[in-house]
Design a protein around this ligand. Structure first.
Ligand code: GLN
Length: 194
């Protein structure tokens, strides 16, 4: 199959326009994805921040779950930011069924509580990634636990995990699309082969 675009940004709800903007700034060919036909044109997929329940409903309504899972099983890289991370997680706790369930992470939604439900802070990246990253959290989920194949990419302080990688998947509980530091976008693009 020949794909026309390196990155597809799931564009059913949330901050897809901001991802498109930063991808254009790093000269990465990208398109908005709303249908199975769109998905067939992209090598990878970003699921943006927004409202995960709404994104889950729309992805189901647009018959995108099976096609995304099919492409994932063939190795398509997928990156979820915030609500997108929630869409990727296998375990959302007892009251919420998983949406795509591709990453071996347990996540608690809206976990930072009302007082600090939105905040910005510098996060520590693993040693290969350079300076701390200025991260924007908006009603962010917490990654409660990770499976043995999941690698920690970034933390707040020593303990709180806010970015993880597993095989071809990347997930961040913050929004790199809302700052002008393209390091996470470049990291994701480097996963795309061919
Ligand atoms: N709280 C949202 C949810 O549960 C995620 C927020 C975000 O993507 N900024 O879906």
């Amino acid at each position: 199959m020949s794909f026309q675009f390196d990155v597809g940004v799931l564009a059913v709800q949330g901050s897809f326009a901001e991802h498109m903007q930063i991808l254009s700034e790093i000269n990465c060919p990208a398109m908005e994805v709303r249908s199975q036909k769109d998905l067939e044109q992209v090598k990878s997929l970003i699921i943006p921040g927004g409202e995960s329940t709404t994104i889950g409903k729309l992805v189901r309504r647009f018959d995108l779950i099976e096609p995304i899972l099919g492409r994932a099983s063939e190795g398509m890289p997928i990156w979820g930011t915030c609500a997108g991370l929630i869409c990727l997680a296998k375990d959302l706790g007892p009251s919420d069924p998983p949406i795509l369930g591709l990453m071996d992470i347990k996540v608690q939604r809206n976990a930072y509580g009302r007082q600090i439900d939105s905040f910005e802070t510098a996060i520590e990246l693993d040693s290969t990634q350079g300076d701390p990253f200025h991260a924007v959290f908006i009603r962010a989920p917490i990654i409660v636990s990770i499976g043995p194949n999941v690698e920690v990419v970034a933390t707040i302080g020593q303990n709180s995990i806010v970015a993880v990688e597993q095989d071809q998947y990347l997930a961040t509980s913050f929004h790199p699309e809302l700052t002008d530091d393209p390091r996470f976008h470049l990291r994701f693009v480097s996963k795309i082969k061919g």
